[in-house]
Design a protein around this ligand. Structure first.
Ligand code: PHE
Length: 341
């Protein structure tokens, strides 16, 4: 073995590899030179017979030979692959493209965005709070009596450390007022959790938008006006709201708010359970005990608060007959909401 021989072998191998017409010819060239009994492979053990003085140089030449053959193989392989994909052929515009599947925004997220936009235009800012809350923020500071049924572990999810998964977005009122002096004008969209058995209108995991407006002169008329304006912007000018007296520990007086059914226009259908109305919110004037708990002077300020059910509004807006459709992650259903609100 000498340097000249190694060089000739390299030239021969590279030439043969470059001439390989297809993958099979390329493979047999690889076996011929680099296979277990290939001529390059067989040269390697012969290095020990080279006189020691020449061994380093011959060793380097052998390495270079092997690398040159490997590189030639790779290069030809890439060339053959591009050829088989038709490179160099005229581009065929009629071939179907590769469809990656474009994501769409979930109807709940879309609705939160749209509702926030409307409230922002009305002068509200968006506040936020955690899903895991203290009993104090979720119940105590909201004037909820010790024996109120919503505190029961059969209604609310408690953690081992005594905290809970908030069953409403109302604790954000507490957090916000404790961190900011009055006036306050916020909404707080977010996730809520209740031990409800899922059915067409209930889910253990749902969303609310909390609203809070506190200032020196705020009245129930403001609440009615603001919610009506909001509903008209969201559902369209034809929507009617109905305010029914109700009870919440943290508001006095309290109301429940129904919207006329957007799906049937109030005539009665499956979505509104033939009543023509769908409950969308609980609301009322902030209870003095809540102001006391957060350190606001109840003689200085008044305010209203509301909590709207986002799924309910989605059902009205999109005509969703069953709340579970929003959570089953069936893309055939969810991708229908691709465009606009
Ligand atoms: N937190 C109440 C609920 O989840 C709704 C509500 C919010 C009522 C604010 C009044 C004021 O039912």
């Amino acid at each position: 073995m000498n340097l000249g021989g190694i060089e000739r072998l390299r030239d021969r191998a590279v030439e043969e590899i470059r001439a390989a017409v297809d993958a099979a010819a390329l493979e047999s060239a690889r076996v011929k030179y680099l296979g277990r009994k290939g001529s390059v492979t067989l040269l390697m053990p012969a290095l020990k017979d080279v006189p020691p003085a020449e061994r380093p140089e011959v060793g380097r030449a052998l390495n270079a030979l092997k690398i040159a053959v490997q590189e030639a193989l790779e290069a030809r392989k890439a060339e053959l692959q591009t050829q088989s994909r038709g490179a160099g052929q005229p581009f065929d515009h009629t071939l179907p493209g590769e469809w990656r599947g474009l994501g769409t925004i979930h109807p709940i997220s879309r609705l939160i965005e749209r509702a926030s936009e409307i409230f922002r235009a009305m002068g509200f800012t968006v506040a936020d709070g955690p899903d895991i809350e203290t009993v104090r923020n979720n119940f105590d500071a909201l004037n909820t009596p010790e024996d109120h049924p919503s505190r029961d572990p059969s209604d609310t999810f408690y953690l081992e450390n005594g905290d809970l998964l908030r069953c409403q977005t109302s604790p954000v009122q507490v957090r916000y007022m404790e961190a900011h002096p009055p006036p306050a004008r916020i909404i707080a969209p977010g996730r809520c959790y209740r031990r409800d058995t899922p059915d067409a209108t209930h889910s253990a995991n749902f969303h609310q938008i909390e609203g809070l407006y506190v200032d020196q002169q705020v009245s129930l008329a403001d609440l009615k006006g603001d919610l009506t304006y909001f509903a008209r912007r969201l559902f369209g000018a034809g929507v009617a709201l109905r305010f029914r007296p109700h009870f919440f520990p943290f508001t006095e007086p309290s109301v429940e708010v129904d919207a006329s059914c957007h799906v049937c226009g109030g005539r009665g259908c499956r979505v509104c359970k033939q009543s023509g109305w769908i409950e969308i919110a609980g609301a009322g004037m902030v209870h003095p005990n809540v102001f006391r708990a957060v350190g606001y002077d109840r003689h200085e300020v008044v305010g209203y608060a509301f909590g709207m059910g986002i799924e309910r509004m989605a059902m009205i807006l999109y005509g969703v007959p069953d709340i579970r459709l929003l959570y089953e992650n069936d893309l055939r259903y969810l991708t229908q909401f691709g465009a606009g609100v």
